[in-house]
Design a binder for this molecule. Structure first.
Ligand SMILES: Cc1ncc(COP(=O)(O)OP(=O)(O)O)c(N)n1
Ligand code: 3NM
Ligand code: MG
Length: 500
């Protein structure tokens, strides 16, 4: 897999920011790095004494050499001080996007654009960035000063973030992350807001007050780039990068500046941000769409280990596996009208009670409430339309599907009874919009969720069950490994030997 990130920017002789910190961050997170140097800076914790752009020839040749045999999956742009370099870059990025087999994802952290006319930004630079560079950018990561310079919008309240981001998108970039590093909308909270004009994400963390730290915005952008290069979606990359920055800031060392640490992939749950829900104080201030709210949470399953979890499409199947001793199971009937499934749901709930089993009803949450099921399982789309407080008030358990870091953190806010993690391997049972996540990611999620029941799902068969179980998940959900087994009885017994 190509996991190459180019850093296009300036050398920072302190090592705390610029190209040096970018390459360190890429490597630290498991991506590969190359650099295209646009300028060399002489600086320390007290001053920037000299900034010298490289020649146009040197800038162009670096881009050409890398293009010939090291094409990037992600390009991260930092400090560019020369108007000519912006022109070259805009032309080259447009060319890469049209001619490369896989167009690169381009991130721009507009370092120093707020210093127009000073030594780090030539006259005319900002106008050219606005008109020529922004249309080539997939993600602009900007702090309040940079947002003001590029969009003309001052960030004075929560409500002002969305119009500012939309203005920047109207200038041509695909999405914008407004970083809360240099403004505080909510006391002691570092809030980041992202939108692509359709979706909105806000992430909050306790503010880490290390005033002398240096290069943090660039490192956040580099961490996002590295995570995207590893194949994560943008929303997951935003989460991982913020956790990475939190982890690094906590361990920062004084070396002139406070230079942040580089401690590898973040795994400590206290470093991960909270996803801001629409129905929360900050959610209202940001005017986030949707109705999700934290609430008191859902009834517990009474154990972290739900064991083998067959997901089945008929009462006959439920009856068969209950007789074989299964204690967690799901009725999953797809795409029928409620009146077509109500009788089956009634019978399924009665069977679950008879065998004292944890029976979850997929999708049909109103019928599950009406007939007092043990629990309901909902997917991401269902979450937005179902009445979650009503499910909680009725005392039903709730299981939620997730497919990555962002969805996991958002689901966690709702305090469900379990979180499902899918899909782990290729599956024939359901068309999935993304690639399988694999065991390595599953292990990371399981570690992060050690205090809530987890369920792994998707392409899990007997051969794979041992390695799945070793990741620390509390349950393995299967469809075809049971319904297509020559002997469901032997399949269940064999799974139970793995899941002890
Ligand atoms: C245990 C478990 N995990 C995930 C799913 C998938 O649920 P959902 O995303 O709602 O998709 P459908 O099953 O409705 O197609 C599940 N059913 N069970
Ligand atoms: C129903 C379902 N949900 C998934 C998810 O990732 O959310 S994967 C999946 C299908 C699981 O079937 P099998 O065990 O046959 O692969
Ligand atoms: Mg569903």
């Amino acid at each position: 897999m190509n996991k190459l990130v180019w850093s296009i920017g300036a050398s920072d002789c302190t090592g705390g920011g610029g190209i040096q910190a970018d390459l360190h961050t890429f490597k630290d997170l498991g991506a590969d790095g190359c650099s295209v140097i646009s300028a060399v800076t002489a600086q320390n914790s007290a001053t920037v004494s000299l900034v010298e752009s490289v020649s146009e020839q040197m800038f162009t040749d670096q881009l050409a050499c890398l293009t010939a045999d090291m094409q990037a999956k992600v390009i991260k742009i930092g400090l560019i001080t020369s108007v000519k370099h912006v022109q070259i870059l805009a032309e080259k990025l447009a060319e890469f996007k049209q001619t490369w087999a896989v167009p690169p994802f381009v991130i721009y952290d507009p370092v120093a654009v707020a210093l127009t006319g000073e030594k780090m930004a030539e006259e005319g630079l900002v106008e050219l960035i606005r008109t020529a560079l922004l249309p080539c950018i997939d993600l602009l990561t900007a702090n309040a000063g940079e947002v003001l310079t590029l969009s003309g919008h001052a960030l004075i309240s929560g409500e002002s973030l969305k119009p500012a981001a939309l203005k920047l998108i109207s200038l041509g970039c695909q999405s914008v992350l407004i970083k809360g590093g240099d403004f505080e909308l909510v006391d002691k909270i570092a809030l980041d807001y992202w939108t692509d004009g359709k979706r909105e994400i806000a992430l909050s963390s306790a503010r880490l007050t290390r005033m002398e730290s240096h290069g943090t915005g660039g490192i956040l952008a580099s961490a996002i780039g590295a995570t995207i290069a590893l194949g994560y979606f943008i929303e997951d990359a935003l989460v991982v990068a913020k956790a990475y920055l939190n982890q690094e800031l906590k361990a920062a060392k004084k070396l002139g500046f406070y230079g942040i640490a580089h401690l590898g992939w973040p795994t400590n749950k206290t470093d991960f941000p909270e996803v801001v829900l629409p129905e929360s104080k900050i959610g209202y201030e940001l005017d986030l769409p949707g109705t999700l709210e934290a609430g008191p949470g859902f009834a517990s399953c009474g154990t972290l280990k739900l064991g083998l979890y067959p997901v089945l499409d008929s009462v006959e199947w439920l009856d068969k596996v209950l007789k074989l001793g299964v204690k967690t199971l799901q009725l999953r009937i797809k795409d029928k009208q409620p009146e077509q499934v109500e009788q089956q749901i009634i019978e399924a709930i009665a069977l679950g009670r008879k065998y004292n089993a944890r029976l979850f009803i997929n999708d049909y949450w109103q019928l599950a409430i009406k007939h007092q099921a043990y629990g309901v399982h909902l997917g991401q789309e269902d979450m937005d339309v179902a009445d979650l407080p009503m499910i909680a008030d009725a005392g039903l358990r709730l299981g939620l599907s997730t497919h990555g870091y962002y969805e996991i953190l958002r689901a966690q806010q709702l305090k469900p009874s379990y979180i499902a993690l899918g899909h782990i391997f290729p599956t024939q049972t359901k068309q999935m919009p993304s690639d399988p996540q694999g065991l390595s990611r599953l292990g990371k999620y399981a570690q992060l969720l050690s205090d809530i029941p987890t369920v792994a799902i998707g392409g899990i068969n007997l051969e794979r069950a041992t390695t799945v179980w070793k990741t620390g998940v509390g349950s393995i959900a299967v469809v075809s490994a049971i319904t297509h087994a020559d002997s469901p009885k032997i399949a269940i017994e064999s799974f139970n030997q793995v899941i002890q």
